[in-house]
Ligand binder design. Structure first.
Ligand code: FAD
Length: 288
């Protein structure tokens, strides 16, 4: 099923983001965790690829995990695909493999610029990749968006105009970067509508479970930390279980507020934790 059809059902879409095994990780353990997350029955599970530019895009692990979710767990899946280090031929090969596994939805991304991985020149922006995939046919394409602006953009307005190019290229849904202050999302969503972006936007939410995780997150995506959130981290940083519980409560509160404000979708960054995914889902399932 195409993701836009799930939005058309008229309820708040609840999607989960997962990542495939990375080098050195126990594949079976990750697969078991993903199957447990799938048992919650979210509307879709998206699968990252080489985050941080560590491979050339829709590598085999992404395809295998997307296939597991779609064909074994029977949950709709969105395969992430980056293009910064890929040629058109390589993307075509990935698209063929995705098609062979019956995968219909792709999140088209540029990917982060990684100085250790040479760029290839076939695609400059995610909008180029989106247009290319759509031209090949057979897939529905989503794109990433940034409520606080993308780190390389001149300013938020310039970033919004660039986002519009992705929608104009044919992206049918958007998934947002993580944020901890809903005000950023509301402002971004309102401005998006004003410039003619009409496709559904899912709000990216994470439940912080460790201080290390939050430090990594802030350095990677630059999300601002509201005082209430920073105080929570400071108070519980040395008590992992208390921090995990507080992180789940904070994310739950964000989601309730978003749903009350008619957000079209929640994209939950579960970090492959079935425990956290289930807790969050149980807290909000009656509201979707
Ligand atoms: P683009 O849309 O190409 O934007 C990149 C920059 O270029 C922005 O500053 C934008 O304003 C600017 N820009 C865009 N188009 C134009 C234009 N036509 N002219 C001038 N400027 C332009 N990374 C991974 O490696 N793997 C993943 O699986 C992954 N999943 C993600 C999932 C989500 C929901 C999000 C929000 C991000 C994800 N990322 C992932 C991170 C993403 O790859 C980085 O944020 C990357 O730096 C930008 O990717 P993009 O697709 O948004 O790029």
């Amino acid at each position: 099923m195409k993701i836009s059809q799930i939005y058309n059902k008229g309820k708040t879409v609840f999607g989960v983001e997962a990542f495939p095994p990375k080098k050195g990780m126990a594949t079976e353990k990750i697969y078991a965790a993903l199957e447990e997350i799938a048992s919650i029955k979210p509307d879709y599970i998206s699968v990252t690829c080489g985050a941080g530019g560590s491979d050339s895009g829709g590598g085999t692990p992404t395809i295998e995990v997307s296939s597991l979710i779609k064909n074994k767990c029977k949950i709709e899946t969105v395969a992430h695909l980056t293009c910064v280090a890929s040629t058109k031929t390589e993307v075509e090969q990935t698209l063929s493999a995705l098609k062979a596994h019956n995968i219909e939805n792709i999140l088209a991304l540029r990917g982060d610029i990684n100085p250790d991985i040479p760029r290839k020149n076939d695609f400059t922006y995610a909008s180029d990749l989106a247009a290319f995939i759509i031209k090949q046919g057979g897939f529905e394409v989503s794109a990433a968006c940034y409520p606080e602006g993308h780190s390389e953009a001149e300013n938020k307005n310039a970033d919004l105009k660039n986002l519009k190019k992705k929608v104009d290229a044919g992206c049918q849904t958007l998934i947002s970067q993580v944020f901890f202050d809903n005000a950023f999302f509301y402002d971004f969503a309102e401005k998006s509508r004003l410039i003619g972006i009409e496709v559904p936007i899912s709000a990216g939410i994470i439940a912080v479970t460790s201080k290390k995780q939050i430090e990594r997150m802030v350095s990677m995506c630059g999300a601002s930390l509201p005082p209430k959130f920073a105080k929570m981290i400071a108070k519980y940083e040395s008590r992992p279980e208390a921090l995990r519980d507080a992180g789940i409560a904070y994310a739950t509160e964000q989601i309730i507020d978003l749903i009350a404000n008619n957000v079209e979708g929640i994209h939950f960054y579960a970090m492959n934790s079935p425990y956290v995914a289930r807790k969050i889902y149980d807290n909000i399932k009656g509201l979707l």
